[in-house]
Design a protein around this ligand. Structure first.
Ligand SMILES: Cc1ncc(COP(=O)(O)O)c(C=O)c1O
Length: 436
């Protein structure tokens, strides 16, 4: 170590030298890296009180806070961090937004996107089918803060008008929805909310939030259609490999400060090591993975549609359906091609009890025997994952209430992975044969 240490620092003990090394070293110049460095530091050297004050002023003052300069003053990991910042720039670019703010999970992103607008007395209008934990956030926690959620069927966007009142603050939906694959007409929702906002004062404005996790920015970019905020679980196809949990909110400049302030004060920031993985492996391979999975999904859908034991298949790419007509307008990939994605829902035929029993049998058979299908929650990985929402991802919704939220007995969710489609179909075929 001594050759790194100049005369002035040599007077210190080995222990201190091992902690500090050289204060200034050219080894911290990463500008020649081809792959960006995995920088991870909880705290940042501030050089002078004057520079520290400039940095803190930015973070302490909500009015000026957050707008990133090309030469940011990094202070503390929870506030801002370079690798996370690089990922955020690329996520914003992918979604067509001004800025992205990442979080420790998709749920942290949901909480922040809603949290910056909500106060006691407000209401959210939500599509009736949403991810189970978002449902739980809306129905278990928000009522405690005197925030109520009105669920409606947004496949008819006009239904929004039935629930709107002067307390409404957020219109919230996923499209396609988890797990039913409802396709919601983004342009129509935006038009209705814009129309409603015309007669509301600024502080009564309603904001639209879309959870774009199922589609990914490769297949759909709601901000370009006028939505206010888009959010993602980065854990899914953006991360892509099933190794890291994360979330992001992507939006216009005006919401960057409140979102960064929210993250600073509520916590839940994305770890820089995780940001690095998603930045280096996940996002750059998103297109190629989703393209491949989508091609396979189309083949799997064709197979499923011809099975007598299956009552129906929901996939935005099925021609002649209402979903298809809407999806054709809004699910468009980076190259301008129709992109219905890799997620599928299908229902085992039969009355509720019978459908449930058969689905359970198929799922248990898959869990024990299928090589390319894995019974597991989550989605958007190299591996094909299969989920029984009623008992798994959407078990947070009381069984009796599940049908009114679209979670019906026999409904199965499939996230098509990157395996050979013929292998996926062969495993599905074998599993379905046991209920024929
Ligand atoms: C549509 C959707 N939104 C949000 C989430 C929450 O994401 P996370 O598990 O990263 O918190 C999920 C997770 O399954 C999801 O499917």
């Amino acid at each position: 170590m001594s050759h790194h240490i100049d005369k002035k620092t040599r007077k210190y003990s080995t222990n201190s030298l091992l902690i500090h090394g050289k204060f200034v070293t050219k080894k911290w110049d990463f500008s020649h890296h081809v792959v960006p460095p995995m920088s991870t530091s909880v705290t940042y050297r501030l050089d002078s009180i004057e520079r520290a004050a400039r940095g803190f002023n930015n973070f302490a003052n909500p009015a000026v806070f957050g707008h990133r300069t090309p030469d940011p003053i990094y202070i503390y990991e929870r506030l801002d961090e370079p690798v996370r910042g690089m990922l955020e720039d690329n996520l914003a670019f992918a979604e067509g937004g001004d800025c992205a703010i990442t979080f420790a999970s998709g749920m942290a992103a949901v909480s922040a996107a809603c949290g910056i607008f909500l106060k006691s007395g407000h209401e959210i209008i939500s599509h009736k089918t949403i991810y189970g934990c978002t449902y739980s956030l809306f129905t278990t926690w928000y009522p405690k803060y005197n925030i109520n959620v009105r669920f409606t069927d947004m496949t008819n966007p006009e239904n929004i008008r039935k629930f709107v009142n002067n307390k409404t603050k957020i219109v919230y939906f996923e499209t396609p929805t988890n797990p039913t694959m409802d396709v919601i007409d983004i342009a129509s929702v935006v038009k209705i909310v814009k129309d409603l906002n015309k007669t509301r004062r600024k502080e009564e404005r309603i904001y639209t939030i879309v959870d774009n996790t199922f589609a990914t920015p490769f297949c759909q970019r709601p901000l370009l259609m006028g939505v206010d905020l888009v959010l993602h679980s980065l854990t899914k196809n953006i991360g892509g490999f099933g190794t890291d949990v994360g979330g992001a909110v992507i939006t216009r400049d005006e919401f960057e400060s409140p979102l960064m302030l929210y993250r600073k004060d509520f916590g839940g920031q994305l770890a820089s090591k995780t940001a690095w993985t998603i930045y280096v492996y996940g996002l750059p391979t998103l297109s190629m993975r989703v393209k491949r999975q989508q091609e396979s999904a189309k083949k799997v859908v064709e197979f499923l549609r011809h099975q007598e034991v299956i009552e129906y298949v929901r996939y935005p790419g099925i021609e002649g359906t209402r979903d298809y007509e809407i999806a054709k307008r809004q699910m468009i990939d980076f190259d301008g091609e129709f992109a219905p994605g890799n997620m599928i829902a299908f229902k085992i035929a039969g009355k509720p009890d019978e459908a449930h029993k058969k689905a359970k049998k198929v799922m248990n058979y898959i869990a024990k025997n299928a090589y390319t299908l894995t019974l597991a929650v989550s989605l958007g990985q190299l591996r094909t994952l299969i989920d029984y929402p009623s008992a798994m991802t959407h078990a947070t919704i009381p069984l009796k209430e599940q049908p009114s939220h679209g979670i019906i007995p026999g409904l199965i969710r499939l996230s098509v992975g990157s395996e050979e489609p013929k292998d996926i179909i062969s495993d599905l075929s074998e599993a379905l044969s046991i209920i024929k």
